[in-house]
Design a protein around this ligand. Structure first.
Ligand code: SF4
Ligand code: SF4
Length: 286
Protein backbone atom coordinates (compact mmCIF):
# COMPACT_ATOMS: atom_id res chain seq x y z
CA UNK A 1 0.00 0.00 0.00
CA UNK A 2 1.48 3.33 -1.09
CA UNK A 3 0.64 6.34 1.08
CA UNK A 4 1.59 9.85 -0.11
CA UNK A 5 2.03 12.54 2.55
CA UNK A 6 1.27 15.92 1.00
CA UNK A 7 0.59 19.52 1.95
CA UNK A 8 -0.60 22.49 -0.05
CA UNK A 9 2.37 24.54 1.16
CA UNK A 10 5.79 24.02 2.73
CA UNK A 11 6.33 24.29 6.49
CA UNK A 12 3.01 22.68 7.42
CA UNK A 13 4.46 19.56 8.99
CA UNK A 14 4.56 17.12 6.08
CA UNK A 15 8.03 15.79 6.92
CA UNK A 16 7.13 15.61 10.63
CA UNK A 17 4.23 13.32 9.72
CA UNK A 18 6.21 11.25 7.16
CA UNK A 19 9.20 10.61 9.41
CA UNK A 20 7.04 10.20 12.54
CA UNK A 21 4.84 7.57 10.87
CA UNK A 22 7.87 5.78 9.42
CA UNK A 23 9.69 5.65 12.73
CA UNK A 24 6.63 4.49 14.69
CA UNK A 25 5.76 1.75 12.17
CA UNK A 26 9.38 0.58 12.08
CA UNK A 27 9.82 0.49 15.82
CA UNK A 28 6.42 -0.41 17.23
CA UNK A 29 4.19 -1.99 14.55
CA UNK A 30 4.45 -5.29 12.73
CA UNK A 31 4.30 -4.05 9.13
CA UNK A 32 7.09 -3.94 6.56
CA UNK A 33 7.63 -0.30 5.70
CA UNK A 34 9.72 1.88 3.40
CA UNK A 35 10.04 5.66 3.39
CA UNK A 36 10.64 7.39 0.05
CA UNK A 37 11.74 11.01 0.17
CA UNK A 38 10.14 12.27 -3.05
CA UNK A 39 10.66 15.95 -2.17
CA UNK A 40 13.62 15.75 -4.52
CA UNK A 41 14.30 19.48 -4.78
CA UNK A 42 15.13 19.70 -1.08
CA UNK A 43 14.92 16.27 0.56
CA UNK A 44 15.16 16.57 4.35
CA UNK A 45 13.89 13.27 5.82
CA UNK A 46 17.53 12.23 6.33
CA UNK A 47 17.88 14.92 9.00
CA UNK A 48 15.44 12.98 11.20
CA UNK A 49 15.99 9.44 9.95
CA UNK A 50 19.59 8.78 10.92
CA UNK A 51 20.26 5.85 8.63
CA UNK A 52 23.43 4.49 7.08
CA UNK A 53 23.95 4.78 3.34
CA UNK A 54 23.81 1.48 1.50
CA UNK A 55 24.11 2.32 -2.21
CA UNK A 56 23.60 5.08 -4.76
CA UNK A 57 22.19 5.10 -8.32
CA UNK A 58 22.41 7.90 -10.88
CA UNK A 59 19.28 9.26 -12.58
CA UNK A 60 20.02 10.19 -16.17
CA UNK A 61 18.23 11.31 -19.30
CA UNK A 62 19.27 11.24 -22.96
CA UNK A 63 19.51 14.80 -24.28
CA UNK A 64 19.47 15.11 -28.08
CA UNK A 65 22.15 17.01 -29.95
CA UNK A 66 21.49 18.15 -33.51
CA UNK A 67 24.21 17.99 -36.17
CA UNK A 68 23.49 21.18 -38.12
CA UNK A 69 25.44 20.08 -41.18
CA UNK A 70 23.11 17.06 -41.66
CA UNK A 71 19.90 19.00 -40.84
CA UNK A 72 17.59 20.11 -43.71
CA UNK A 73 15.43 22.24 -41.36
CA UNK A 74 12.32 20.23 -42.20
CA UNK A 75 10.90 21.10 -38.75
CA UNK A 76 9.63 17.58 -37.92
CA UNK A 77 11.56 17.41 -34.66
CA UNK A 78 10.25 20.81 -33.53
CA UNK A 79 6.64 19.84 -34.37
CA UNK A 80 6.79 16.57 -32.45
CA UNK A 81 8.37 18.05 -29.30
CA UNK A 82 5.61 18.38 -26.70
CA UNK A 83 7.85 20.49 -24.46
CA UNK A 84 8.82 23.19 -27.00
CA UNK A 85 12.45 22.36 -26.34
CA UNK A 86 13.69 22.88 -29.90
CA UNK A 87 14.48 26.34 -31.27
CA UNK A 88 14.82 26.62 -35.05
CA UNK A 89 15.64 29.64 -37.23
CA UNK A 90 16.08 28.27 -40.80
CA UNK A 91 17.17 31.60 -42.44
CA UNK A 92 20.00 31.81 -39.92
CA UNK A 93 20.82 28.09 -40.24
CA UNK A 94 20.22 27.77 -36.49
CA UNK A 95 18.66 24.82 -34.64
CA UNK A 96 19.24 23.86 -31.02
CA UNK A 97 17.77 21.82 -28.14
CA UNK A 98 17.16 23.78 -24.91
CA UNK A 99 18.47 21.24 -22.39
CA UNK A 100 16.52 22.59 -19.40
CA UNK A 101 13.21 22.12 -21.25
CA UNK A 102 13.98 18.73 -22.79
CA UNK A 103 12.41 15.69 -21.06
CA UNK A 104 14.51 13.16 -22.97
CA UNK A 105 11.50 11.46 -24.57
CA UNK A 106 13.40 10.64 -27.78
CA UNK A 107 10.53 11.63 -30.11
CA UNK A 108 12.68 14.07 -32.13
CA UNK A 109 15.32 11.40 -32.69
CA UNK A 110 12.63 9.01 -33.90
CA UNK A 111 11.08 11.37 -36.48
CA UNK A 112 14.25 12.92 -37.93
CA UNK A 113 14.47 11.72 -41.57
CA UNK A 114 18.13 12.76 -41.91
CA UNK A 115 19.44 10.99 -38.80
CA UNK A 116 20.83 14.35 -37.79
CA UNK A 117 20.15 13.84 -34.07
CA UNK A 118 22.28 11.89 -31.61
CA UNK A 119 21.85 11.58 -27.83
CA UNK A 120 24.15 12.48 -24.95
CA UNK A 121 23.55 11.04 -21.50
CA UNK A 122 23.15 13.69 -18.79
CA UNK A 123 22.81 13.24 -15.03
CA UNK A 124 19.74 14.88 -13.46
CA UNK A 125 19.81 13.42 -9.95
CA UNK A 126 20.53 10.44 -7.77
CA UNK A 127 18.72 7.85 -5.68
CA UNK A 128 20.28 6.78 -2.39
CA UNK A 129 19.25 3.66 -0.44
CA UNK A 130 19.72 3.70 3.33
CA UNK A 131 19.47 0.99 5.97
CA UNK A 132 17.48 2.00 9.05
CA UNK A 133 16.26 -0.85 11.23
CA UNK A 134 16.14 -3.01 8.12
CA UNK A 135 18.08 -2.88 4.82
CA UNK A 136 16.86 -0.40 2.18
CA UNK A 137 14.11 0.92 4.44
CA UNK A 138 14.71 4.52 3.50
CA UNK A 139 15.19 5.75 -0.09
CA UNK A 140 15.98 9.34 -0.98
CA UNK A 141 15.61 11.02 -4.38
CA UNK A 142 17.71 14.14 -4.94
CA UNK A 143 17.97 16.37 -7.99
CA UNK A 144 21.32 17.61 -9.23
CA UNK A 145 21.89 21.32 -8.65
CA UNK A 146 20.77 23.17 -11.77
CA UNK A 147 18.49 20.38 -13.02
CA UNK A 148 14.80 21.17 -13.57
CA UNK A 149 13.46 17.64 -14.08
CA UNK A 150 11.83 16.98 -10.71
CA UNK A 151 9.25 14.53 -12.04
CA UNK A 152 11.91 12.35 -13.69
CA UNK A 153 13.74 11.94 -10.37
CA UNK A 154 10.48 11.39 -8.45
CA UNK A 155 9.31 8.65 -10.83
CA UNK A 156 12.68 6.93 -10.56
CA UNK A 157 12.60 7.16 -6.73
CA UNK A 158 9.18 5.48 -6.66
CA UNK A 159 10.44 2.78 -9.06
CA UNK A 160 13.09 1.87 -6.46
CA UNK A 161 10.44 0.95 -3.84
CA UNK A 162 9.66 -2.68 -3.00
CA UNK A 163 6.31 -4.34 -3.66
CA UNK A 164 5.21 -5.33 -0.15
CA UNK A 165 4.07 -3.62 3.02
CA UNK A 166 3.56 0.09 3.51
CA UNK A 167 5.38 2.54 1.22
CA UNK A 168 5.33 6.06 2.67
CA UNK A 169 6.07 8.79 0.10
CA UNK A 170 7.06 12.23 1.39
CA UNK A 171 5.71 14.38 -1.45
CA UNK A 172 6.92 17.81 -2.55
CA UNK A 173 4.59 20.60 -1.27
CA UNK A 174 2.04 22.40 -3.46
CA UNK A 175 -0.28 21.12 -6.17
CA UNK A 176 1.89 21.20 -9.31
CA UNK A 177 3.41 18.42 -11.48
CA UNK A 178 5.88 17.03 -8.87
CA UNK A 179 2.99 16.50 -6.40
CA UNK A 180 0.89 14.84 -9.08
CA UNK A 181 3.86 12.59 -9.96
CA UNK A 182 3.86 11.40 -6.33
CA UNK A 183 0.15 11.40 -5.39
CA UNK A 184 -0.92 9.70 -8.64
CA UNK A 185 1.11 6.62 -7.62
CA UNK A 186 -0.48 6.43 -4.15
CA UNK A 187 -3.34 4.27 -2.90
CA UNK A 188 -4.04 6.81 -0.17
CA UNK A 189 -3.17 10.49 0.26
CA UNK A 190 -2.63 12.11 3.65
CA UNK A 191 -3.10 15.89 3.45
CA UNK A 192 -1.29 17.72 6.25
CA UNK A 193 -2.68 21.11 7.18
CA UNK A 194 -2.69 23.63 10.04
CA UNK A 195 -5.51 25.64 11.59
CA UNK A 196 -4.71 28.98 9.92
CA UNK A 197 -6.17 30.87 6.93
CA UNK A 198 -3.04 29.95 4.89
CA UNK A 199 -3.42 26.30 5.87
CA UNK A 200 -7.08 26.28 4.85
CA UNK A 201 -6.44 28.03 1.53
CA UNK A 202 -3.80 25.50 0.50
CA UNK A 203 -5.83 22.57 1.82
CA UNK A 204 -8.71 23.53 -0.49
CA UNK A 205 -6.36 23.40 -3.49
CA UNK A 206 -4.87 20.11 -2.35
CA UNK A 207 -8.29 18.52 -1.67
CA UNK A 208 -9.43 19.54 -5.14
CA UNK A 209 -6.32 18.00 -6.73
CA UNK A 210 -6.66 14.73 -4.79
CA UNK A 211 -10.36 14.48 -5.67
CA UNK A 212 -9.55 14.91 -9.35
CA UNK A 213 -6.97 12.15 -9.07
CA UNK A 214 -9.70 9.96 -7.55
CA UNK A 215 -7.57 9.00 -4.53
CA UNK A 216 -8.77 8.02 -1.07
CA UNK A 217 -7.67 10.72 1.32
CA UNK A 218 -7.74 12.02 4.86
CA UNK A 219 -6.40 14.96 6.86
CA UNK A 220 -3.83 15.35 9.61
CA UNK A 221 -4.04 18.68 11.42
CA UNK A 222 -0.64 19.80 12.66
CA UNK A 223 -0.19 22.54 15.29
CA UNK A 224 -3.73 21.79 16.47
CA UNK A 225 -5.26 23.54 19.44
CA UNK A 226 -6.26 26.84 17.85
CA UNK A 227 -9.98 26.78 17.35
CA UNK A 228 -9.96 27.96 13.74
CA UNK A 229 -13.57 27.23 12.83
CA UNK A 230 -13.43 27.73 9.01
CA UNK A 231 -11.00 24.80 8.74
CA UNK A 232 -13.29 22.42 10.61
CA UNK A 233 -16.33 23.72 8.68
CA UNK A 234 -14.56 22.95 5.38
CA UNK A 235 -13.59 19.47 6.56
CA UNK A 236 -17.15 18.71 7.74
CA UNK A 237 -18.80 20.09 4.61
CA UNK A 238 -16.54 17.98 2.42
CA UNK A 239 -16.82 14.90 4.65
CA UNK A 240 -13.05 14.37 4.75
CA UNK A 241 -11.92 12.12 7.62
CA UNK A 242 -9.57 13.64 10.20
CA UNK A 243 -6.95 10.94 10.77
CA UNK A 244 -5.27 12.71 13.68
CA UNK A 245 -4.48 16.06 15.28
CA UNK A 246 -0.94 16.84 16.42
CA UNK A 247 -1.09 19.42 19.21
CA UNK A 248 0.91 22.63 19.03
CA UNK A 249 3.59 22.16 21.70
CA UNK A 250 6.89 23.91 22.29
CA UNK A 251 8.59 20.57 23.09
CA UNK A 252 7.72 19.20 19.63
CA UNK A 253 9.13 22.28 17.91
CA UNK A 254 12.32 22.06 20.00
CA UNK A 255 12.82 18.36 19.22
CA UNK A 256 12.20 19.02 15.52
CA UNK A 257 14.70 21.90 15.44
CA UNK A 258 17.33 19.47 16.81
CA UNK A 259 16.61 16.87 14.11
CA UNK A 260 14.86 14.53 16.54
CA UNK A 261 11.57 12.66 16.15
CA UNK A 262 9.32 13.89 18.98
CA UNK A 263 7.09 10.79 18.82
CA UNK A 264 10.04 8.68 19.96
CA UNK A 265 9.94 10.08 23.48
CA UNK A 266 6.35 11.32 23.72
CA UNK A 267 3.70 8.66 24.40
CA UNK A 268 0.77 10.92 23.46
CA UNK A 269 2.27 11.68 20.05
CA UNK A 270 3.15 8.04 19.51
CA UNK A 271 -0.52 7.10 20.05
CA UNK A 272 -1.59 9.78 17.57
CA UNK A 273 0.72 8.37 14.87
CA UNK A 274 -0.45 4.82 15.59
CA UNK A 275 -4.06 6.07 15.30
CA UNK A 276 -3.30 7.67 11.92
CA UNK A 277 -1.82 4.53 10.44
CA UNK A 278 -4.50 2.27 11.93
CA UNK A 279 -7.33 4.36 10.51
CA UNK A 280 -5.80 4.13 7.02
CA UNK A 281 -5.08 0.43 6.96
CA UNK A 282 -8.17 -0.64 8.89
CA UNK A 283 -9.75 -3.47 6.97
CA UNK A 284 -6.76 -3.96 4.64
CA UNK A 285 -4.33 -6.89 4.57
CA UNK A 286 -0.73 -5.79 4.17
S1 SF4 B 1 13.88 14.40 -26.55
FE1 SF4 B 1 11.69 14.87 -26.47
S2 SF4 B 1 11.59 16.65 -25.11
FE2 SF4 B 1 13.72 16.49 -25.75
S3 SF4 B 1 13.85 17.80 -27.54
FE3 SF4 B 1 13.43 15.75 -28.30
S4 SF4 B 1 11.19 15.66 -28.50
FE4 SF4 B 1 11.68 17.45 -27.21
S1 SF4 C 1 13.88 16.52 -37.99
FE1 SF4 C 1 16.07 16.34 -38.40
S2 SF4 C 1 16.35 17.26 -40.37
FE2 SF4 C 1 14.34 17.91 -39.68
S3 SF4 C 1 14.74 19.85 -38.63
FE3 SF4 C 1 14.89 18.29 -37.08
S4 SF4 C 1 17.05 17.73 -37.00
FE4 SF4 C 1 16.72 18.84 -38.90
Amino acid sequence: MKIAITSGKGGTGKTTVSTGLFHIITRYLKYNVQLLDCDVEEPDCHIFIKASENCRYPVTIAIPEIETEKCTFCGKCKSVCAYNAIIMLPPAGYIEVVEDMCHGCGACLYVCPEKAIRENIKSVGKITHYDYYVQDEFIEGRMDVGSALQTRVIRETINHAGEDGIILMDSPPGTSCPVIATASKADYVIMVTEPTPFGLYDLKLMADTVRQLGKKHGIVINKAGFDYEPLYNFINENKIPILGEIPFKREYAEAYSKGMIPADSDVELRKIFMGIINSIINGKTL
